[in-house]
Write a protein that binds this ligand. Structure first.
Ligand code: BTN
Length: 255
């Protein structure tokens, strides 16, 4: 059970909707925004999510003990390049929030915003824009906390990890949520202030730099060596003698 009073007192959210069970916190929040003129930041929080959505056509598996939430923040003052940075920064925020619980852990970022622990995915982020409220972005975050991968289907457990699999004790979901919200608030403030440290910090956690990657960019596949991210947050992939700037896309494989 989440401690809603603590979340209200210790985070920047103005409204909280809490559900025991819901299909998708992102779908719920998008609907809420489209059907009302509510102001943000708004949080939708679920004890259990039954049909979590991932990027593209992916689904997000989350058993009991997972942390699944969506946050709506006003973004009408953000330029398109700052929206791209908001996506990267959310990954950075979650990564740094988790550091509090795995001090000796090996946390890293896979572009654009997947969080990895010990080489396996621990958190995924889906950012969407409500069709009729384009002044907002909805940031959906799923973090594997107390949902051990021992109970997950094999295709998921081979690629994913949960905090409990690493530290072997249960972690309070409210505390992880508050830490994540505080980090996100701080990163969004940095973007608005034009803080150049953000990308430097992101680069420090980038697990793809120097590795061979294959990325799907719209209708094209690019394979090459990742040379990092540029000042706008685009992934740089060197293939033969050409460096490709990938603004969007999905990293299909890396080694
Ligand atoms: C991905 O890695 O492809 C993104 C996964 C995002 C999952 C979260 S869980 C909370 C929120 N609600 C959803 O339906 N999806 C996001």
């Amino acid at each position: 059970m989440f401690d809603l009073i603590r979340i209200r007192e210790e985070s920047f959210v103005a409204g909280i909707s809490h559900f025991d069970e819901i299909d998708s916190t992102n779908s719920c929040l998008l609907k809420q925004l489209e059907e009302s003129s509510a102001d943000g930041p708004l949080l939708v929080l679920a004890e259990r999510q039954t049909a979590g959505r991932g990027r593209g056509s992916n689904q997000w598996w989350a058993a009991n003990g997972a942390l699944t939430f969506s946050l709506a923040v006003e973004a009408n003052d953000l330029r398109p390049d700052q929206i791209c940075k908001a996506s990267l920064s959310t990954g950075l925020a979650v990564c740094q929030a988790l550091e509090r619980f795995v001090p000796a852990g090996d946390l890293a970022l896979k572009w654009p915003n997947d969080v990895y622990l010990e080489g396996k995915k621990i958190a995924g982020i889906l950012i969407e824009r409500p069709a009729s409220r384009s002044d907002f972005i909805v940031i959906g975050i799923g973090i594997n906390i107390n949902n051990s991968m021992n109970d997950a289907p094999e295709d998921i457990s081979s690629k994913a990890i949960s905090l409990i699999d690493c530290i072997e004790i249960e972690t309070d979901l409210t505390t992880v949520l508050i830490e994540s919200l505080q980090q996100i608030e701080s990163r969004l403030r940095s973007i608005r202030l034009g803080d150049s440290m953000l990308l430097d910090q992101w680069r420090a956690y980038c697990m793809l730099t120097g590795r061979s990657v294959t990325i799907d960019v719209y209708d094209k596949e690019i394979s090459g060596v990742c040379t990092g991210i540029d000042g706008e947050g685009a992934l740089l992939v060197k293939a033969r003698d050409q460096v490709h700037r990938c603004i969007g896309g999905v990293v299909k494989s890396f080694q």
